[in-house]
Design a protein around this ligand. Structure first.
Ligand code: ZN
Length: 203
């Protein structure tokens, strides 16, 4: 049986969201359809406000309602240490580590030749510029421990080595579960991994 066109449109827009397949999109659509008028209005307002107000920071790429973001503006941050992460969600995860007070740089994903994501698709040029211009002495590559994260780390190590400055490159200690995504890691695992981070040998 044919479904109403407006319903089909709702399903197809929901399916553009990450991890939403046909079944999930139907469950979400019916939940939306059952919302009372005041609730759907609130839902739309919240979506619009978040979309309007939350933007990537012009310096680090973290999504916040101000640019520069709250981290970049914080005068108590250690500006010599820069933590490179794949996504803004990872900034939230790392910010739970109590002994990390450095700055961040959000790449906006990871290199993936298979999906056609190259260095120009990520915030890599802006990262290298920060490393050249700012007084950063340590870069922590806190990337996911999957193939894409590893490919990205190897690429960054090569690029950073070309900068004629003494910049220490470190990576969180092993102990991050293989294939693990940073954003889902508990505070203790992350704290241990950061506390035991080791320097990458450039040679
Ligand atoms: Zn920022």
């Amino acid at each position: 049986m044919k479904r109403p066109e407006s319903f089909e449109k709702l399903l197809s827009i929901l399916r553009t969201l990450p991890s939403v397949g046909p079944k999930m999109s139907e469950r979400m659509a019916f939940r939306i359809l059952r919302m009372p008028e005041n609730e759907i209005r609130e839902f739309i307002n919240v979506l619009q406000a978040a979309h309007r107000e939350v933007r990537p920071c012009q310096i680090c790429g973290h999504w916040d309602d101000s640019s520069p973001c709250q981290v970049c503006r914080d005068p108590d941050r250690d500006r010599a240490v820069l933590c490179v992460v794949e996504n803004s969600q990872d900034v939230q995860a790392v910010s739970r580590i109590k002994d990390f007070h450095g700055l961040y740089h959000v790449l906006g994903g990871a290199l993936s030749p298979l999906e056609g994501i190259g260095p120009q698709d990520l915030q890599i040029a802006s990262l290298l510029k920060r490393l050249r211009d700012e007084n950063i002495t340590e870069v922590i590559l806190a990337l996911n421990s999957d193939i894409e994260g590893e490919t990205t780390a190897q690429y960054l190590i090569k690029q950073i080595a070309l900068i004629p400055k003494d910049i220490k490159i470190t990576r969180p200690a092993q102990g991050l579960p293989a294939g693990g995504e940073l954003e889902y890691m508990d505070e203790l695992t992350l704290s241990r991994a950061f506390g035991g981070r080791r320097e990458f040998d450039r040679n």
